[in-house]
Design a protein around this ligand. Structure first.
Ligand SMILES: Nc1ncnc2c1ncn2[C@@H]1O[C@H](COP(=O)(O)OP(=O)(O)OP(=O)(O)O)[C@@H](O)[C@H]1O
Ligand SMILES: O=c1ccn([C@@H]2O[C@H](COP(=O)(O)O)[C@@H](O)[C@H]2O)c(=O)[nH]1
Ligand SMILES: [Mg+2]
Length: 244
């Protein structure tokens, strides 16, 4: 549970983040009590502080093959985040004898989006069990429904949203040469993923852009060139990393 801030020396950024979260958490409690839509999440608890520090949450968004995972590895090395790829969590769940296994397999094959209930549960479980309090949530939220579910259940909003903006032909080229044996790295599924990205994921980016949280990264160039655009985003947040 977030602790109430009493000091007046906090920066406006910090207090606005805190009060956004407090507001969301209060809204979450209210909604959990009153809205049946949320009742199916009842077994998931809102995010807790870790060692007196608020979780620092980054959503890493961009189309298929835009380089999210590649840049997350570099962010982890430089800034010490915990990287949670929603796609990786779903693939792990799929091969773990889970009741959701065949549903996840079929959904990924079709390039569609797994129900929020499943994905949010997996993400929050990983966040709760991590010693880290700085998270890169890669490839999530995929839709407004995902976003609303995450905010309601966790009681938190992202501090930062990275958007890797990449032309479609470059994304297709990268995915087709990825060679990691993914069942969705074929031209038919890629076309579907691109459509889903445009229809459902861009509205999430628009939503956070209106809140001033989106950092657009030009995802064309070498991995190092792209990381040069990413670095200042987190350098500017270093004070916020350890807020309580
Ligand atoms: N800047 C770059 N230039 C060329 N290739 C790149 C670049 N960044 C990543 N790649 C390569 O493109 C492929 C896709 O990258 P990555 O897996 O990071 O994308 P992603 O956004 O995580 O994709 P997905 O949403 O499908 O998981 C990988 O093979 C990666 O090595
Ligand atoms: O929040 C999520 C994330 C992913 N999926 C499904 O997994 C695949 C692959 O995701 P990557 O981020 O490219 O690894 C995606 O196309 C979706 O089918 C999801 O449903 N929800
Ligand atoms: Mg990825």
């Amino acid at each position: 549970m977030w602790r109430k801030v009493t000091s007046t020396s906090f920066s406006s950024l910090k207090s606005s983040l805190f009060f956004t979260r407090l507001h969301l958490q209060q809204a979450s409690k209210h909604n959990a009590a009153s809205a049946s839509a949320v009742s199916r999440f009842a077994t998931i608890a809102p995010l807790q502080e870790k060692d007196g520090r608020c979780p620092f949450i980054t959503f890493v968004l961009g189309g298929p093959g835009s380089g999210k995972g590649t840049q997350c590895i570099k962010i982890v090395e430089t800034f010490g985040f915990k990287h949670l790829s929603a796609g990786d969590l779903l693939r792990r769940e799929m091969v773990s004898n889970s009741e959701y296994g065949s549903m996840i397999l079929n959904t990924i094959k079709e390039g569609r989006i797994v129900p929020s209930e499943v994905t949010v549960k997996l993400i929050l479980k990983e966040m709760e069990s991590s010693d880290n309090h700085k998270f890169l949530i890669d490839g999530f939220p995929r839709s407004e429904e995902n976003r609303i579910a995450f905010e309601k259940i966790s009681g938190a909003e992202p501090d930062v949203v990275l958007f890797f903006d990449c032309p479609e032909d470059e994304m297709v080229k990268r995915v087709l040469s990825r060679n990691q044996g993914r069942i969705d790295d074929n031209i038919d599924t890629i076309k579907k993923r691109l459509k889903v990205f445009e229809a459902l994921n861009l509205p999430v980016i628009d939503y956070y852009a209106k809140k001033g949280k989106v950092h657009r990264i030009n995802a064309v160039g070498t991995v190092d060139e792209i990381f040069e655009q990413v670095k200042p985003v987190f350098k500017a947040c270093e004070k916020a990393f350890n807020r309580s």
